[in-house]
Design a protein around this ligand. Sequence first.
Ligand code: DAH
Length: 339
Amino acid sequence: MEEKIASYLKEVAGFSAENLEQLEAFRIRFLGKKGLVPALFADFKTVAPEDRKAMGQRLNELKTAVQEKIVALKEGLDQKGEVTGSKLDVSLPSAGTLGSRHPLSIVRNEIIDIFSRIGFTVSEGPEIEDDFHNFTALNFPEEHPARDMQDTFFIEKDPDLALRTHTSSVQVRVMEHSQPPIRTISPGRVFRNEAISARAHCIFHQIEGLYVDEHVSFTDLKQTLFYFARELFSETTKIRFRPSYFPFTEPSAEMDVSCNICGGEGCNICKYTGWVEILGCGMVDPNVLESCGIDSNKYTGFAFGMGIERITMLKYQVNDLRLFFENDVRFLNQFKSAR
Ligand code: DAH
């Protein structure tokens, strides 16, 4: 028996494996149910009592040598990446799936950039808003349809709370807490109870703009938005204003830009008019200034609000708004090169 153990110990010491199969065969040869080590333990009965202690030690020495060999060889094979079991090789180069910014973030950042170059700061407000900030302070009459259950998501537990329907609510918060001059834009998510389609969604993004100071006029509004449109689209972009109505501005207007696809010639994006609507704007209604604690005899201001989805659709010719929310990588990958 001693001879066998000595020769096995030699074999174990000299063994090496090139792959996991060889190592497994080695384990089975020595430690498997019918392996050499269990066979020796079976023979142990025949050892003379006076030799048992020494022989038992030798046997354990062999068993430990086999186990240690297996652990050491397995570690070496794992590091070489020859692990057939897990197929994981952390040293392989990546398949090239780098992340990129979402198109809505790209456009939001660009709009923020454009306005920050002319002194606008960024301000934010809560998405869950109370009636005062979303409607009342903005001069919405009690019976205004925008307050209707059909448009607004109310919070069941508290009828005074709702998901904000526009970022105009941030105007109110800014004016409540600061005095003119105020020059700020407020990007954020807004919520409306609308059926989801290619042109509408119940969650979308807006950017609100507000400028309040002494002697702010409609000319300032026009010049600011003209600069913005040319920076965002192109140097040749033209703008036009159409009279409109919003409770919080007087006078109010909607602004169109010359179609960035056909340059004003007429195409299916602009429905052959040469113009596309991009935002609502106007002079801040004195009632709004007063609701927010700003002296409307001393100060005037302009405000504007635009949908980021709409502008992104125009800029990148995306024809279905739902694409922005599905996060299909085939869509998102197309914006890789944009900043
Ligand atoms: N809040 C308006 C909307 O959600 C957009 C808007 C229009 C904002 C005119 C303004 C504004 O600040 O002056 O449709």
